[in-house]
Design a protein around this ligand. Structure first.
Ligand SMILES: O=C(O)C1=C[C@@H](OP(=O)(O)O)[C@@H](O)[C@H](O)C1
Ligand SMILES: C=C(OP(=O)(O)O)C(=O)O
Length: 443
C-alpha cells in the first residue's frame, strides 16, 4: 500500500541549467486501472507486475475490496487479484472514487450490468465531471442508474436492472472513457447474443480505446471493430486471467522528462516504456521531434535531447490530450507562437485545463489566446519567476516544473509550485524524480 508522503504547501524550484540522466517511470494509470478491473471480472487469479501505486489506483483497489474481490500485494512490485468470474461477492456498497475517471466510468458500467445496490461518489471536482452520456447509454438499455446530486454528474446510485441489449449507442465527443466503460462491460451483457456498441458523433482520445481493446484481448475477449463507429462483442466470451501481466511505465508521466531533455540539454531517458508501447501518449515524442528535439526509442526506453532552441508547433492534439499539456509548457521555450488544437476535453478534466493553463502561462510572461478548443502560446523574451497555482491537477504541477528550466539563462528567483501534493493522483514521487535529472550550474 502507498506510504503516506509528506508534502509541503509549496515547492520552490531553483532555475535548472541543464538536465540529464534517467528516470524509472511509475506504472501506467490507464493500464493499471483497466487491468485491475479486468482481473476482478476474470476467472482465475492474475499476478500484476509494476502496478501504479497512486491515488487513482488506490481508489480502484479499495473499491474492488469493498465489492468483495480478494487481492493482495505480495511484494513491492507485485499484486495478485483473485477474479470472481463476472460476479461480485458484495451486492451493496458505497464506493469512493476520488477523482479517478478510469475508476468511476468503467465501474459504473460494470456494476450497472452485474447488478446490486451501489453508490459511487468522489471529490468535489469529480461531481463536476460529466458522466451523463454513459448513464444515458446504460439506462436506455435497462440499467437503473440515478443521480443523487446534479443530473449528468456523480454521485450515482446504481440499482439492479436488466441489461441485455443487442445494440447500444454512446456519444464519443466528451470522453472516450464512456466507450471504454461499455466495451469492458460488454462481455457481461453478451451472454447469449452479440452486443454492438455504436459511437454517436466524433470519438475523441482514440488511442485510449486501443489500450482498452488490447487489454480485453489479453483477458480473452476479442472485439470486432468497424472503424471508430461500431464495436461488436460476440456471445459466449468470458474474461479469463492471462496468469500474469506486466504494467508498462506511464507514457504521460514520461512526457515531463522527455520535454525536459528537449528543452535543457539532455539526454534524458525514461525507462519502462518504449517503441512498442500500447499507450498513445508515446506519440508525445513525435511532437518533440517536430519541435526539433532528437528522440531515440528502444524496446523499453525513450530518450530525448535538445538541438538548441525548440521550434514552435501548430498541431492537433486530440489523440494525446494529457501529454499535450506538457507541449503547452514546452512552448515557452519555442522560437515563435505555438497552437495546440482540438483539445476541448481539457475543460472537463481535473480542472478546466484550458483556463488554468492560460492563467498560469501568463504568469510567467507568455502571451496566450484561449479558445473554446485550442490554446495559442507566444513565449516571452525571458520567463518571469512566478507562483504557479495547480488547481488540484497533477498535470498542472508536473508540467509547470518545466518552467524552472533555464533555457533563457534567467538566474535568481525560484519558480514556486503551490500544492504539490496533487501529483499523488498519478505520480507521488514526481518532484524527487525531477530533482534527479536537474544539474544546476553545470551546463
Ligand atoms: O481511458 C483512459 O485511461 C484515459 C482517457 C483520457 O480521457 P478522455 O477520453 O476523457 O479524453 C485521458 O485524458 C485520461 O487521463 C485517461
Ligand atoms: C484526465 C485525467 O485523468 P482521469 O483518468 O481522471 O480522466 C488525467 O490523468 O490527466
Amino acid at each position: 500500500m502507498t506510504q503516506q508522503k509528506h508534502y509541503p504547501q509549496h515547492i520552490d524550484l531553483e532555475p535548472v541549467m541543464h538536465v540529464s540522466g534517467s528516470v524509472r517511470l511509475p506504472g501506467s494509470k490507464s493500464i493499471s486501472n483497466r487491468t485491475l478491473l479486468l482481473a476482478a471480472l476474470s476467472e482465475g487469479a492474475t499476478t500484476i507486475h509494476d502496478l501504479l501505486d497512486s491515488d487513482d489506483t488506490q481508489v480502484m483497489l479499495a473499491a474492488l475490496r469493498s465489492l468483495g474481490i480478494e487481492w493482495e500485494q505480495v511484494d513491492e512490485r507485485t499484486h495478485v487479484v483473485r477474479g470472481a468470474g463476472g460476479a461480485l461477492p458484495v451486492q451493496q456498497a458505497d464506493l469512493f472514487m476520488g477523482n479517478a475517471g478510469t475508476a468511476i466510468r468503467p465501474l459504473t458500467a460494470a456494476l450497472a450490468v452485474i447488478g446490486g445496490d451501489y453508490t459511487l461518489h468522489g471529490v468535489a471536482r469529480m461531481h463536476e465531471r460529466p458522466i451523463g452520456d454513459l448513464v444515458d447509454a446504460l439506462n436506455a438499455v435497462g440499467a437503473q442508474i440515478e443521480y443523487t446530486g446534479v443530473p449528468g454528474f456523480p454521485p450515482l446510485r446504481i440499482r439492479r436492472g436488466e441489461v441485455k441489449p443487442d445494440r447500444m449507442a454512446v456519444r464519443g465527443n466528451v470522453s472516450s472513457q464512456f466507450l471504454t466503460a461499455l466495451l469492458m462491460a460488454a462481455p457481461l451483457m453478451a451472454t447469449d447474443h452479440a452486443v454492438t456498441i455504436e459511437v454517436v458523433g466524433e470519438l475523441i482520445s482514440k488511442p485510449y480505446i486501443e489500450i482498452t481493446l488490447n487489454l480485453m484481448r489479453r483477458f480473452g475477449v476479442t472485439v470486432e471493430q468497424d472503424g471508430w463507429q461500431s464495436f461488436t462483442v460476440q456471445p459466449g466470451q468470458r474474461y479469463l486471467s492471462p496468469g500474469s501481466i506486466h504494467v508498462e511505465g506511464d507514457a504521460s508521466s514520461a512526457s515531463y522528462f522527455l520535454a525536459a531533455g528537449a528543452i535543457a540539454g539532455g539526454p534524458v531517458r525514461v525507462e519502462g516504456v518504449g517503441r512498442d508501447s500500447i499507450q498513445g501518449d508515446v506519440r508525445f515524442a513525435d511532437a518533440l521531434e517536430q519541435m526539433g528535439a532528437t528522440v531515440t526509442r528502444g524496446e523499453n526506453w525513450i530518450e530525448a535531447k535538445s538541438n538548441g532552441v525548440l521550434k514552435a508547433i501548430d498541431a492537433d492534439f486530440n489523440h494525446i490530450p494529457d501529454a499535450a499539456m506538457t507541449i503547452a509548457v514546452a512552448a515557452l521555450y519555442a522560437d515563435g507562437t505555438s497552437t495546440l488544437r482540438n483539445i476541448a476535453s481539457w475543460r472537463v478534466k481535473e480542472t478546466d485545463r484550458l483556463a488554468a493553463m492560460a492563467t498560469e502561462l501568463r504568469k510567467v510572461g507568455a502571451t496566450v489566446e484561449e479558445g473554446a478548443d485550442y490554446i495559442r502560446i507566444t513565449p516571452p523574451q525571458q520567463l518571469q519567476p512566478a507562483t504557479i497555482d495547480t488547481y488540484d491537477d497533477h498535470r498542472m504541477a508536473m508540467c509547470f516544473a518545466l518552467a524552472s528550466l533555464d533555457g533563457k539563462a534567467r538566474r535568481g528567483n525560484a519558480m514556486r509550485i503551490n500544492d504539490p501534493k496533487c501529483v499523488a493522483k498519478t505520480f507521488p514521487d514526481y518532484f524527487e524524480a525531477f530533482a534527479k535529472i536537474a544539474r544546476n550550474g553545470v551546463f
